[in-house]
Design a protein around this ligand. Structure first.
Ligand code: ADP
Ligand code: ASP
Ligand code: MG
Length: 826
């Protein structure tokens, strides 16, 4: 006895049959499975059902525009046929299509005359898309692979119409299927079948309701005893959320039938719920596959859930109305709910969710907006007496809502899931209008305002699917520090993810002129080329909006510029919940009011503002100070050499060379700003003093710092060259100061200081050669903290306080500090 080949249903959706190229791809997928008996169920070409339905509606309004619609539909099919088939086969099929179009024209004409359409007319016309696509595919397969037949489901599948679709009449359908097979002396090895369409027992054209071709697949799988059903579409499988709404969605390898039904019911359009209920009875596994990536295994839907993950997916239903029935009549009266939902059922209103207040004096339920009035009338009629006697006080209808549902087999009895769900929604600022937990505990659903739908979905998805430490990053300024930071990051990204579950995603970069925005993490090895190729003019408002993506749990903007303009945006960013990290001193040294606003954001919206590198680059100065203050130490005085440039100048000023020649040399070595007066003026040091002073709670403005700079008054203006040429005139004075110090075994140091006495100053001072300030090297920074605890011997932090590598590393360290505030255990 020869072994029966496995019988498999392959259903191709409209998106898989959009044009001639798609048909060829489908034919290839079919041909690649010669060992199977293949039942190929097809949808209409993408968009065709919509057009047919629209033509009927338009005709019903006496609008002759239906002719244009039908002309487009006809032309598209003829074109596809011509592209795919030999002239002879094409002519034959085009004639058949023309005959069908004539029937449709008659129906639509009558529709205009009658000024309205019947369900018969609508179902007849809207099913032709499947009739045509099945014939096209069958003809193509016949042309390439031999004699292949097609089955018009209207001849076999018998249904009774329901409000939203159809119920299969199994015995009748089975009998017709058997008759069909008998006529052909057996079930063909390859058979193309129209999806979506059927007939009533009286022979009227019917359809299975929108998206019903999936359902056709499991019906024919049942009728012809298939072992598997493969639904081919344009995504890799059932995903954790609609990928058009959530770019972070992932493909689910397995789902239980129950989970799939629930996801489909709550709006995951990728599969029709009825498909699954039919497959369950015969335990047929259903695979959801991608026509355009046929090597991807897709999703397997089966009896068991498969994975231990608690949450499988999220889905939304839009255009929902909430109806709230309220009154003392609801309390403790048994049977109220039964009567209520019975009345709705009688009116064919489909209830999407039910939520009952624990006090029992109100019931809230959700229905499709289009059924809201019907639902209200049904409730009013059913509770006429109760309303009359005031037991039911109000029936409120709120339109403009959506339902968001979380689905997963393992959720039962796990309170953590609900907590995670609600906290993600709360953090995204989404308010909940109603909450319901399905009786199966396989889903939790909430009703939200329509405007919040996508934000709610994305935030909830992030809460379940992403690491808590997933951070969307935007870097403003890609000069020396910014670009070094990107390089340092690129080396560490992978291990941070693997070892600590910290998922750092640089999604935006900006220079002063151009910016690069990307939904997916930017390749940090290639960012420069990408910025050149795909960059657009910098617009920091759009930049920030992009970084703040509600799909990702956290966002941070890193300002690596020295720009005042950028620093003025921190307030808005932080108040929106975006964290800010910067080595830019501008913000912290602008008005005290602005500084307080930035620090405040942490308390109000939880946004962190980190700026360790504003003083002494990566040296732990701010953090040390914070630790001292927060553990209750009292700061007596902070004193420090806070400028690498000035540190270098005075470390080198030993009498062998004049001070002016040291300045010129330092400039040539790149140790100074292009205009050395920016360093010598001491303003930069004064800014750092302000930052330190404010850190210990002093109310200091930059103008309050007593600043004695090193630029002679006469030389503050004019070009750099002139300044450098004139500077030697002051060498004698500098040399005299140095000698006076030397005579007392002291050195000159340019120092910033802030004390408990409330004074903040920056000046050239003298220190004994035994003092820590006298023993530093090169461009070292050094800071002394004199405190109540460190009083005999001060706490000293010393080391290189400038340079791109260390500064970028300091910014990186702030980023990791942020990750640990967000929950990472580093
Ligand atoms: P077909 O034409 O193949 O029947 P559909 O448009 O009916 O395709 O269904 C596929 C679409 O379903 C996807 O393109 C996607 O936009 C949408 N979709 C909604 N929810 C999900 C989900 N959870 N997983 C995958 N796709 C989904
Ligand atoms: N063509 C039908 C529709 O668009 C059925 C389907 O594609 O599943 O609703
Ligand atoms: Mg579909």
């Amino acid at each position: 006895m020869s072994e029966q080949p496995a019988c498999v249903v392959h259903k191709f959706g409209g998106t898989s049959l959009a044009d001639a190229a798609c048909f060829r791809l489908v034919a290839k997928i079919v041909a690649a499975r010669p060992e199977q008996r293949r039942l190929i169920v097809v949808s209409a070409m993408a968009g065709v059902t919509d057009q047919l339905v629209r033509a009927v509606h338009v005709a019903g309004k006496r609008d002759l525009g239906y002719r244009d619609i039908m002309a487009t539909v006809g032309a598209r099919h003829r074109q596809t046929i011509a592209e795919l088939l030999s002239a002879e086969a094409a002519n034959q099929l085009c004639d058949a299509v023309t005959r069908d179009l004539e029937i449709i024209e008659e129906v639509l004409h009558v529709t205009t005359v009658l000024r309205g359409y019947s369900r018969n007319g609508l179902e007849l016309v809207s099913g032709y898309g499947e009739v045509w696509s099945a014939q096209i595919l069958a003809a193509l397969l016949r042309q390439e692979y031999g004699d292949i037949d097609w089955l018009d489901a209207r001849d076999v599948l018998t249904v009774t119409r329901t409000d939203t679709g159809a119920d299969v009449m199994w015995p009748e359908s089975r009998a017709r299927a058997e008759a069909w097979v008998a006529q052909r002396s057996g079930l063909p090895r390859t058979l193309v079948i129209t999806g979506f369409v059927a007939s009533t027992d009286e022979g009227l054209a019917a359809t299975l309701g929108r998206n019903g071709s999936d359902f056709s697949a499991s019906i024919f799988g049942t009728l012809f005893d298939a072992q598997e059903i493969h639904i081919w579409t344009d995504v890799d499988g059932v995903m954790s959320a609609n990928p058009r709404l959530v770019t972070e969605a992932v493909t689910l390898p397995t789902l239980s039938y129950d989970e799939a039904i629930e996801l489909a019911y709550f709006g995951a359009k990728v599969i029709h719920p009825a498909t699954i209920s039919t497959a369950v009875e015969r335990n047929l596994p259903i695979f959801i596959r991608n026509t355009f990536r046929s090597d991807h295994p897709g999703t397997r839907i089966q009896q068991k859930s498969g994975a231990t993950d608690q949450v499988k997916g999220l889905a939304t239903i839009e255009s929902v109305a909430l109806i709230n029935v309220e009154g003392i009549g609801m309390i403790g009266v048994r049977g109220i709910a039964e009567r209520l939902f019975g009345a709705l059922r009688d009116e064919s209103v489909q209830v999407l969710m039910i939520s009952q207040g624990s006090s029992g004096n109100s019931i809230c339920f959700g229905v499709a907006s289009a059924q809201a009035d019907q639902a209200r009338n049904a409730v009013e009629r059913a509770f006429f007496a109760e309303r009359l006697h005031g037991q039911i006080r109000r029936i409120d209808v709120t339109k403009g809502c959506s339902i968001l549902a979380v689905v997963g087999e393992g959720m039962a009895g796990k309170p953590g899931v609900a907590a995670k769900f609600f906290s993600a929604l709360g953090k995204a600022g989404v308010s909940l209008r109603a909450i319901a937990q399905g009786l199966s505990e396989r889903n939790i659903s909430v009703a939200v305002d329509a405007a919040d739908t996508q934000r709610a979905l994305r935030a909830a998805h992030a809460g379940f699917y992403l690491s808590k430490q997933t951070v969307s990053i935007g870097v403003v300024g890609v000069g020396s520090i910014g670009s070094t930071l990107l390089r340092q990051l690129s080396h560490r990204l992978r291990s941070l993810k693997q070892e600590f579950d910290i998922d750092l995603r640089v999604r935006a970069l900006a220079s002063s002129g151009r910016m690069l925005l990307s939904d997916h993490p930017i390749d940090l090895e290639q960012w420069r080329a990408e910025l050149d190729a795909r960059g657009e003019p910098t617009d920091l408002t759009r930049f920030a909006a992009h970084v703040y993506d509600d799909q990702l749990p956290h966002a941070v903007l890193i300002d690596c510029t020295a720009s005042q303009e950028v620093s003025e945006l921190y307030g808005t960013w932080l108040e929106r919940g975006v964290h800010v990290i910067t080595p830019n001193k501008r913000a912290n040294t602008s008005s005290l009011e602005y500084y307080r606003r930035l620090r405040q954001a942490n308390r109000t919206v939880g946004a962190h503002y980190l700026y360790e590198t504003t003083v002494g680059a990566a040296l732990p100065i701010i953090q040390t100070l914070r630790d001292l203050v927060q553990t209750g130490d009292e700061i007596v005085e902070i004193e420090g050499i806070l400028s690498g440039t000035l540190s270098y100048l005075f470390n080198s000023f030993d009498g062998k060379r004049s001070f002016s020649s040291l300045v010129t040399q330092a400039r040539e070595l790149g140790y100074t700003e292009p205009d050395p007066r920016d360093d010598l003026s001491g303003t930069d040091v004064a800014r750092k003093v302000v930052i330190l002073a404010r850190e210990i709670g002093m109310t200091v403005e930059l103008a309050d710092v007593a600043l004695e700079g090193l630029v002679p008054k006469e030389l503050t203006k004019g070009p750099v060259s002139e300044f450098l040429a004139e500077l030697p005139k002051y060498d004698a004075h500098m040399e005299q100061l140095r000698r006076e110090a030397e005579a007392k075994a002291e050195v000159l140091r340019f120092v910033g200081r802030v004390g408990r006495d409330g004074n903040a100053s920056v000046a050239l001072r003298r220190y004994p050669i035994t003092h820590p300030f006298a023993r530093i090297q090169l461009t070292d920074n050094i800071v002394l903290f004199r405190t109540t605890r460190y009083n005999e011997n001060p706490l000293v932090v010393q080391g290189p306080g400038a340079g791109r590598e260390v500064t970028a590393a300091g910014v990186f360290a702030d980023l990791l500090r942020l990750a640990s505030y967000l929950g990472a255990s580093l």
